[in-house]
Design a protein around this ligand. Structure first.
Ligand code: HEC
Length: 138
């Protein structure tokens, strides 16, 4: 083998290696495109609960936390603390039913950072109430 052939062999070996590594890269791509985990995998929720979740994440999770555990970013500085939706019904002022949550959303809780959300409109409040009840049970 002359030196030209040796260089050629090395070049071929390197190109094969690069192709091989590229292949490996491609097979890992699908992992990157899987959606970032949210509060819950969207597919597990009915369309109605998905919409409720969307409104909740936009308006409520800053205080109540993504899962409604009362641990949102703003919670630490609040008094009283945001309700943990998993807490027993006896600790809720208006109750953990859809009707109770609707009352809270329409009127707010006096003397607390929980203000009324009437401005979101009846349809959205209904979706929110369903989602809060869902979070309280899941
Ligand atoms: C600024 C922070 C903040 C935001 C934003 C917020 N809340 Fe609250 N929420 C609270 C606090 C604090 C309480 C506890 C009030 C109390 O115990 O008197 C509370 C209580 C509640 C309760 C329990 C009421 C009961 O019966 O005891 C529900 C339900 C609720 N919030 C739903 C929501 C929903 C839905 C949203 C979004 C539309 C929302 N909150 C947005 C702070 C917040």
């Amino acid at each position: 083998m002359n030196s030209k052939n040796i260089i050629l062999s090395i070049a071929i070996a390197l190109i094969s290696l690069v192709l091989f590594l590229n292949c490996g890269d491609k097979s890992e791509k699908p992992a990157e495109t899987t959606p970032a985990p949210t509060a819950e995998t969207a597919s597990a929720l009915s369309p109605e609960l998905q919409k409720g979740q969307e409104i909740f994440l936009q308006n409520c999770s800053s205080c109540h936390g993504e899962k409604g555990a009362g641990d949102g970013a703003a919670a630490a500085s609040l008094n009283p603390k945001p309700r943990n939706y998993k807490s027993p019904a006896s600790q809720w002022k208006n109750g953990n039913t859809e009707a109770g949550v609707l009352k809270t959303l329409n009127n707010g809780i006096p003397n607390s950072p929980m203000v009324a959300y009437k401005f979101l409109g009846d349809e959205n409040l209904k979706l929110l109430a369903k989602y809060v009840v869902h979070l309280s049970q899941n």
